[in-house]
Design a protein around this ligand. Structure first.
Ligand code: MG
Length: 436
């Protein structure tokens, strides 16, 4: 059985994700890594349970553990660096429903495991653990408050805001609940905090998208706030509401922030499913776009490969290399506020990003048939000139593009089409569906 999906190990508690499995993952990581490990978790009802067994696994293999407790995923990234750890663990299922949980592993640089996953998987399957004698076991250092304090200070040190703004923070009852509102307050703002009880029961869907942020939109409008900032369950992502209480699409805010933090000649890293709005907008600034596979790991690796400063996915997951390699939804939100102060209101800036129509559909396809089907599609589109085939097939046309990509987790092949008008996008979608 494959343990790792596109974002670590994920599943329903006591079904796919059991304490026994978490113990083995802890022991496998403890056997593989030669050094201490930072461990944090989100507020799910099952998170403390899983965290404790992961830690038991690590110390049984002689690893010292820095337990940062309930904390955003990016705090794990900071903790790895400041406590000199060789790896990190976050117990979280990110934006999944409350019955889910997961284990995400990070390397010394705060980049999520990818190649290393195979080694961990192999150790788990073979029950091959480096268990230690009684006098060689690891220690646990409790660093909850210290880790959060350091993370907060790092953000404040690296964000330049002079004014005082009214900001509404929607933590989604997730890991940012007891953190993000304080960070924005200490940056000098008036903060209204909603959905900030980290009980493991979530009062909205956890993805910071338009559908889930209706309350935040209304709160921004009703209080006359200057900005709304939302996070997912583990706060590696950000969602933005502008001064008019309107949700800002992932692609639009990504284009704006990329233009703000990059300079002429820079290469901005994003994924194959990102809109061409981004390319067209960044052209004006002399910034080029390079695409990777979907997933923050691929973005992080490409940032390192070509030594770029910034990359992001159109899911509110952004990586600022000079700050840290772990996606940080709180720093991202603060950076948007800084951009607003420097460049003007988001409700005005968003108008500068060109508008295209984007359509998404999915075609049912059994997992076992996906490979064969994609081969057929590849043959059918082979006459196009500009094809990116690193993750599904993205075909770039003059003023439009389409992406045909098998879902990593569900029995579907997904089609995305974008064009200048809705009619053109629909026509393109019809063409794509004709390939099936
Ligand atoms: Mg997340």
């Amino acid at each position: 059985m494959k343990l790792f999906g596109t974002s670590g190990i994920r599943g329903v508690i006591n079904k796919e994700i059991t304490p026994q499995l978490a113990l083995k993952v802890g022991m496998a990581l403890g056997s593989y890594i030669k050094g201490s490990v930072a461990v944090g978790h989100d507020p799910r009802t099952s998170s403390v349970l899983l965290k404790n067994v992961v830690i038991s696994g690590l110390i049984s293999c002689g690893r010292d553990v820095y337990d940062i407790g309930l904390a955003p995923t990016p705090t794990t990234g900071i903790a790895i660096r400041v406590f000199g750890c060789k790896a990190g663990v976050t117990v979280t299922a990110s934006h999944n429903p409350p019955e889910y949980n997961g284990i995400k592993l990070w390397n010394e640089e705060g980049v999520a495991f990818s190649e290393e996953e195979k080694i961990i998987e192999d150790l788990v399957h073979k029950n091959n653990f480096n268990l230690q004698e009684w006098d060689k076991l690891g220690n646990i250092f409790y660093k909850h408050e210290e880790a959060l304090e350091i993370h907060k200070e790092e953000i404040i040190k690296n964000i330049k805001i002079k004014g005082k703004y009214k900001v509404v923070i929607d933590s989604g009852n997730g890991a940012a609940s007891l953190f993000s509102p304080h960070v924005f307050k200490e940056l000098g703002n008036d903060v209204i905090s909603i959905n900030a009880h980290p009980t493991g029961y979530f009062s909205r869907g956890l993805e910071p998208n338009e559908k889930n942020l209706k309350t935040l939109s209304e709160t921004v409008k009703n209080t006359g706030a200057d900005l709304g900032v939302a996070h997912d369950g583990d706060a590696d992502r950000v969602g933005i509401i502008d001064e008019n209480g309107k949700y800002v699409d992932y692609d639009v805010i990504l284009a704006l922030i990329a233009s703000y933090v990059s300079k002429e000649g820079d290469i901005f890293i994003t994924t194959v499913d990102a809109s061409m709005k981004i390319d067209r907008y960044l052209e004006k600034y002399g910034i080029s776009v390079k695409r990777t596979k979907v997933g923050d790991v691929a973005v992080a690796q490409e940032i390192k490969n070509i030594n770029s400063d910034f990359g992001g996915e159109p899911s509110g997951t952004w990586i600022f290399r000079k700050f840290q390699m772990t996606p940080d939804g709180i720093y991202s939100g603060a950076k948007v506020l800084e951009m607003k102060e420097q460049r003007g209101d988001i409700c005005e800036l968003r108008k500068e990003v060109p508008y295209y129509d984007i359509l998404r559909e999915k075609i049912p396809c059994e997992n076992s048939k996906k490979l064969e089907k994609m081969k057929d599609v590849a043959e059918n589109v082979s006459s196009y000139e500009d094809i990116i085939d690193i993750d599904g097939l993205r075909v770039n046309l003059k003023d439009s593009w389409f992406l045909i990509r098998p879902s990593g987790t569900e029995p579907y092949i997904r089609i995305t089409c974008e064009a200048k008008t809705k009619e053109k996008a629909e026509k393109l979608m019809g063409k794509c569906k004709g390939l099936f």
